[in-house]
Write a new protein. Structure first.
Length: 142
């Protein structure tokens, strides 16, 4: 039997977000180490705009008119930062609860299913610049 391995992935929520509140939602989630990735510009997407259209269309069609107000909203993936992870252990329920609590507070401006799906690993970009010193570097005289 061939060795079948699953492509590494992470758990994400797929959410339609009204563009006017996306920055606020993103900031609130970032404070909880929850990462927002607009599908259109996600680094794992070869054709982000097309995939964003397909995800939005599929969600709208699934709800047969109930979500039509979200026809021009932004599809995003919301993942979980390192503070929620414990090696290969499943995400704790507290992580799920934190995400649902924030999304529920924006109920008029988001549409989502209360479950997680999978996406290829989405990692924040590594800072290529070293951190700036906040104090003066020692001199030879010291």
């Amino acid at each position: 039997m061939p060795d079948v391995r699953r492509v590494p992935h992470e758990n994400v929520a797929t959410v339609l977000v009204h563009p006017a509140v996306l920055p606020d939602v993103e900031l609130e989630l970032m404070a909880l180490d929850l990462l927002v990735w607009p599908v259109r510009t996600a680094p794992i997407c070869a054709d982000g705009p097309r995939l964003a259209f397909q995800i939005r269309h599929r969600l709208l069609m699934k709800h047969r008119g109930e979500w039509d107000l979200a026809a021009d909203w932004t599809p995003v993936w919301i993942g979980f930062g390192d503070s929620w992870r414990d090696g290969d252990e499943p995400l704790p329920w507290a992580a799920h609860a934190a995400l649902w609590r924030v999304l529920d507070s924006y109920a008029e401006h988001v549409r989502f299913h209360r479950r997680l799906g999978g996406a290829r690993r989405l990692r924040p970009p590594v800072d290529v610049h070293p951190p700036r010193r906040t104090t003066a570097a020692p001199t030879d005289d010291e």
